[in-house]
Design a protein around this ligand. Structure first.
Ligand SMILES: CCCCC/C=C\C/C=C\C/C=C\C/C=C\CCCC(=O)SCCNC(=O)CCNC(=O)[C@H](O)C(C)(C)COP(=O)(O)OP(=O)(O)OC[C@H]1O[C@@H](n2cnc3c(N)ncnc32)[C@H](O)[C@@H]1OP(=O)(O)O
Length: 170
């Protein structure tokens, strides 16, 4: 069954009595907007282009973290970096011919990444054991500073599982 990519306009995210909006609760801290719950989530969050490095087949990306990716004031949300690394590690397997899904992802945050930064992402397959792939990757500043690094376990889909997913493509 095809799944439409258009966004429903009327998703009800309300909750029962006994709750008040967390942004009101924290308003006195003036933290600014949230990466995941901001009012205008959109293309000011992350812009990303993936490349394959011809020398070794590694996946390389250039990524910009915008104001909508805010975590600590003025800096990227850890989840935004983890999301980029999740996609990087998975894609490093896909471009090497392994259609995988993520099973485990471990991310280490090494330095705060200032919003507005364009950084480099690299990911490669560290080890493979049958259907289990163990990619690694990192997000680097142009001066070599490591903002975050990740390792993961990704499982290559069976051909039946892959075909079932492909059936859901539009
Ligand atoms: C995809 C569309 C198709 C068409 C696409 C076309 C073009 C696309 C082009 C480019 C795409 C480029 C990039 C895409 C990049 C990334 C993709 C997105 C990445 C994700 O965002 S993906 C979402 C999050 N991800 C999930 O939604 C996974 C949910 N899950 C499952 O779908 C199953 O769970 C699965 C499939 C993982 C395994 O199921 P299964 O039945 O096939 O295999 P089984 O259970 O037998 O596991 C086999 C061995 O892996 C071990 N194992 C399994 N799971 C483990 C775990 N969590 N931790 C530790 N070990 C684990 C077992 O212990 C066993 O180990 P052992 O062999 O030693 O016993």
């Amino acid at each position: 069954m095809a799944v439409t990519s258009s966004l429903p306009q009327d998703i009800d995210l309300s909750i029962g009595p006994g709750h008040r909006p967390a942004d009101e609760h924290l308003a006195h801290l003036k933290l600014g907007r949230s990466f995941l719950a901001g009012p205008h989530a959109g293309e000011d969050i992350i812009r990303l282009r993936w490349y394959v490095r011809e020398s070794d087949g590694a996946l390389v990306g250039r990524v910009w973290f915008g104001p909508g990716a805010q975590g600590p004031p003025g800096h990227a949300h850890g989840g935004s970096m983890a999301a980029v690394l999740d996609e990087a590690l998975g894609s490093s397997c896909w471009v090497a011919g392994h259609p995988v899904v993520a099973a485990e992802l471990t991310t280490s945050f090494r330095a705060m990444l200032p919003l507005g930064t364009v950084a480099t992402v690299e990911a490669w397959i560290e080890k493979a054991d049958g259907r289990k792939l163990y990619p690694k990757g990192h997000i680097l500043a142009d001066d070599g500073t490591v903002y975050a690094e990740a390792s993961g376990l990704f499982i290559e889909m069976t051909s039946e599982a892959f075909d079932a997913l492909a059936d859901r493509l539009e």
